[in-house]
Design a protein. Sequence first.
Length: 202
Amino acid sequence: MAKLIYTIGHSTLTMEEFIHLLKLHSVDVVADVRSNPYSRYQPQFNRESLHRNLRGSGIDYVFLGAELGGRSTDPNCYLDGRVQYDRLALASGYLRGIDRLIAGSKSHTIAIMCSEKEPLECHRTVLVARSLIERSTDVSHILFNGAVETHDATLSRLLRELDMPEDELFRTRSEILEEALKRQEQKIAYIDKDMKVMGEPA
């Protein structure tokens, strides 16, 4: 049975702070879901440096940015230059990445890592966590202060930030969340104006 999977954003953390947060929650595998696993301003989180430092602390590293990154290389996942999460979530590579996370969570405590500090500002929450929840896998988000926020609490926070209700007379909470997540996707999804949907005229 799949266990809880965490998410975390490295942002401006030092490597020592980052590893402390992982160990605080007994994480033994970091799954990097950055499409480009390098940081100009935080070079300690470049793929090779991160891998080396994690290994030195007894934490394994796996790069899943090709499968689960938010900047797809598939033109079919774009519309007017913007990544469409519903299309990306159906891509074969993406589905393989989700399968790997779920399989790995049965024997490891995994933290999905991206760069953004705020979970709601990142595809790890709006896209990847949602896919895991739909596959009956629990997700929680490790915050900078060491606290853990359940995914459901994160979604409630999203509704408050968007001034949307938790429930309505004519819509279920799931339907309200569908709209809220779509609105958040429009805010954070990667834009590449050079990308065109396959078959769309250039």
